[in-house]
Each structure stands twice: as structure tokens, then as C-alpha cells.
Design a binder for this molecule. Structure first.
Ligand SMILES: Cc1ncc(COP(=O)(O)O)c(C=O)c1O
Length: 427
């Protein structure tokens, strides 16, 4: 594509035109000049079954050939089929309710409204606050930014955000203190990512963190919302990230892998105990015009069927462990890699200027973005991220169909990528 045409696409003009992708296939993104990029970031940690699956394309064509737009509160065969697929095969026991949206941010926004509406319906109007964590990401709507704390993404918006309380992201005792300070009777819910994604590059909290959080939420009638937008649908090697920690949430939010990236999708899932008081009070929830689009439901049913029939969640665990072993071998002592972490096919590299002292690169360098740009030169896409104390990190989250050969390409490309980024950062 002519670069001047490509340059017309970004809303805010950029120095160089965006990468142009002509085609996607398997684990590959194919550029307009024919060169291939290995999609080791699964786009934005979205692509789970790989690209270009004909079964999904056929399901999409069938759906669109039958139904285009139907009001979100009415139903269709595909909408019901998706609820059934989720309740029969994916959601934890007791999770009987599902509502669909166009992505993670919309779904987080809806989950916050569900929690608030639950308490209103139950006669507790003073409960409205949602406690978040001081390192977290819950999307870029103003409500997502309010309950989250991704400093780069919140920057400049603070005066517009609701001041929801934050607890320390890795210390459950901090949550109990925040509840005491705020008064439990004002708190509707706690929200957290089982494993931090975009905020902290696949940080797994210490043992005991999540069970302690669950306990303190239960003791104070605070709804526990797990934001599984990134960790859900097998990304961490189990259906849900929270399963690694043996906890039972009240509300789950998950998008991304639900449709494997084939259509915009997200969802909020919960128990009768959350929803029944809302129904009993005759209250409802306003939808978005495109919530639960029939096309997205049809595609998601097919993506989830492929995941089950091909054992892709188990494959995420197995291939993730192998990827991790190779990362440890190759990058374990790298001077700019301070930590390698994650579960399943959600792995993260924390990047620093000096591994010995833990010194970060200055924020102005935007080191993770620099490293991701270098990786593209090596033919690999890695997802740059980081906020707060994790200034720079790379997320590795390829499709679960990845092979050992692909893993080798990712790992072998990582060292020259980080070296080149570090050399250019020091100039
Ligand atoms: C944990 C989490 N929540 C919410 C979101 C927002 O989702 P979306 O970008 O689909 O709106 C993301 C996106 O990365 C996420 O990782």
C-alpha cells in the first residue's frame, strides 16, 4: 500500500505510517510486501485458535446470511447457543447468567453497573464504590480507567475519573485496611485481574493473595469481580485465570479469547445470587446498540467449539510451559531482563536498564515500545506494556496452535530484539 494512504488511517497522525497487514493465516500476519510477522502477541493477546480458520469464516457467513441486526434484548438461536456453550462447558458451577458486549472495556463497564444495581436492588443504596488495585488495567472507558490504575493510560484524565479506592496489588492485608478506612457499607465490589496483563506483563500474585482477597470480600458482603478479559478462555492454561488460585468469584468479565479475535466480543457472567435481587426488584440494565450481536455469538460458539474439540486449553498449558523453559534458558541472565513470569501462554518479560540494580529506563525512552518495534524488524510481534512499578514489559501470548518451531523463533528473536533496543536507548 502506498505509505501516504496508510498514513491517512491513524486518527492522530504518527511519524511513520502504521504496519499494513494484507492477510492473516495460522500464527502469521502477512504484510503488504509479502513479509511475515509471527503473531507472538496474538494481536492484543486475543488470537487463541490462530488466524484464518475456515470453520469460523463459514459460521460467520451463515450467521450474517440469516440475521443481521436484532435488538439486544430479544434473542436468536446463536445467542442462546452461546449461553449454553458457556454454561455447559466453560463457566464455573453456579454461573448461569451471561450478557454479551463488544469488548473488554464495555464488559467491565457493565460489570461495574451490575454490581451497583445488585446492591441497589437489595436495598443497600450506600454501596457504590468499587475497590481496584494500584497496578491494574480494566479498559479505557472512563469507568474502566476509574476502577483501574494503569498510569500511562490514565494520564491526563484524572480530573474526569471517579475516585474509586485502590488497594496494594500484591498485598491482601492492604485490602482489609482500605475496606476499614472507606467503611465496608459503602463498597459494592472489588475488581482485579487474576494475573496482571497490560499493566504489569503477566505478573502472578504471591500464593495466598487471591484466597485472602476472597475471604475479606465475603466477610464484608463485597462482590468479587475477576477481570478475565486477558486471562480467560484458556490463555493461562486453565479455562480461567482465577482457577489457579482456588477462588470463586461472583462476577467474571471476559472478552478477547471469547471470539478469538474474529469479531468484537466480550461478556459479563454471574450467578443467580447476583442477578436474582435485580430481577426481584424489577430493575434492568441498559444495553449498548451492538451488544450481543448475532454474528459475534455465532463466531464465539464456533471458536469455543474448536478450542474444546482440539484440546487447545490443555495445549496452552503444555506449550506455555515449553515456551517458558526456552525463555528461561535464553534470557534468564540477560542484563535487561529482570524477570520472566506468567502461566500458560501468557508469559511476560520485565525489562530494565540494569538487572543488577533494577533501574528502569526513563519513561521518555518508552523502552517496551522500542523493543516491540525492534521485534517487528525480526519478524515477531510482541505486545509492549507496563505501568507504575513495572515500567516496561513485553507480553508473549501467541495462538494456542503454536508449535515448538514457532516458540524457537520467538525466543531466538527476543535476545537480538532487546539488545538492539537497549543499544538504541543508550545512544
Ligand atoms: C484485563 C483487561 N480488562 C479490560 C481490557 C479492555 O478490553 P478491550 O480492549 O477489549 O476494551 C483489557 C484489554 O487489554 C484487559 O487486559
Amino acid at each position: 500500500m502506498d505509505p501516504s494512504r496508510a498514513a491517512s488511517f491513524p486518527f492522530i497522525p504518527t511519524e511513520s505510517p502504521p504496519v499494513v497487514i494484507d492477510r492473516t493465516e495460522g500464527v502469521w500476519l502477512i504484510r503488504d510486501d509479502g513479509t511475515r510477522i509471527l503473531d507472538a502477541g496474538g494481536g492484543a493477546i486475543v488470537s487463541n485458535i490462530g488466524h484464518g480458520r475456515p470453520e469460523v469464516v463459514e459460521a460467520a457467513a451463515r450467521a450474517l446470511g440469516t440475521i443481521d441486526y436484532v435488538l439486544p434484548v430479544w434473542t436468536t438461536e446463536n445467542r442462546v447457543a452461546l449461553v449454553e456453550e458457556l454454561t455447559e462447558h466453560w463457566l464455573p458451577a453456579r454461573f448461569t447468567r451471561a450478557s454479551f458486549f463488544c469488548g473488554g472495556s464495555e464488559s467491565v463497564d457493565a460489570a461495574v453497573r451490575v454490581a451497583r444495581t445488585h446492591h441497589l436492588a437489595a436495598g443497600r443504596p450506600e454501596r457504590w464504590k468499587v475497590i481496584g488495585r494500584d497496578v491494574s488495567y480494566h479498559g479505557s472507558t472512563l469507568s474502566g480507567l476509574s476502577v483501574g490504575n494503569h498510569d500511562r493510560r490514565r494520564a491526563g484524565f484524572d480530573p474526569m475519573l471517579t475516585d474509586h479506592p485502590k488497594s496494594d496489588w500484591l498485598d491482601p492485608e492492604s485490602l482489609a485496611k482500605v475496606i476499614e478506612r472507606e467503611d465496608a457499607n459503602t463498597i459494592a465490589a472489588f475488581i482485579g485481574e487474576p494475573i496482571n496483563g497490560a499493566s504489569a506483563g503477566a505478573m502472578v500474585p504471591p500464593d495466598g493473595y487471591w484466597p485472602a482477597v476472597e475471604e475479606v470480600c465475603r466477610a464484608n458482603d463485597i462482590l468479587l469481580i475477576v477481570d478475565e478479559v486477558m486471562t480467560g478462555f484458556g490463555r493461562t492454561g486453565l479455562n480461567w485465570g482465577h482457577e489457579h488460585f482456588g477462588i470463586t468469584p461472583d462476577i467474571i468479565v471476559a472478552g478477547k479469547g471469547l471470539s478469538g479475535g474474529y469479531t468484537p466480543m466480550g461478556g459479563v457472567y454471574s450467578t443467580d445470587a447476583v442477578v436474582d435481587p435485580i430481577a426481584a426488584a424489577g430493575m434492568g440494565m441498559m444495553y449498548f446498540t451492538f451488544s450481543g450481536a448475532d454474528l459475534g455469538c455465532a463466531v464465539s460458539v464456533e471458536v469455543l467449539r474448536i478450542m474444546r474439540e482440539e484440546g487447545l486449553v490443555e495445549r496452552s498449558a503444555v506449550m506455555g510451559a515449553r515456551l517458558r523453559q526456552r525463555l528461561d534458558e535464553q534470557l534468564g541472565g540477560h542484563p535487561n531482563v529482570s524477570d520472566i513470569r506468567g502461566l500458560g501462554l501468557m508469559q511476560g518479560l520485565e525489562l530494565v536498564r540494569d538487572r543488577e540494580t533494577g533501574e528502569d529506563f526513563p519513561r521518555s525512552v518508552d523502552f517496551a515500545a522500542k523493543a516491540a518495534a525492534e521485534a517487528i524488524k525480526q519478524g515477531v510481534w510482541l505486545y509492549p506494556c507496563g505501568s507504575g512499578p513495572v515500567s516496561d514489559a513485553l507480553l508473549i501470548g501467541p495462538p494456542f496452535t503454536i508449535t515448538d518451531e514457532h516458540n524457537d523463533l520467538i525466543v531466538d528473536g527476543a535476545k537480538p530484539t532487546i539488545d538492539a533496543a537497549a543499544a538504541s536507548a543508550s545512544v
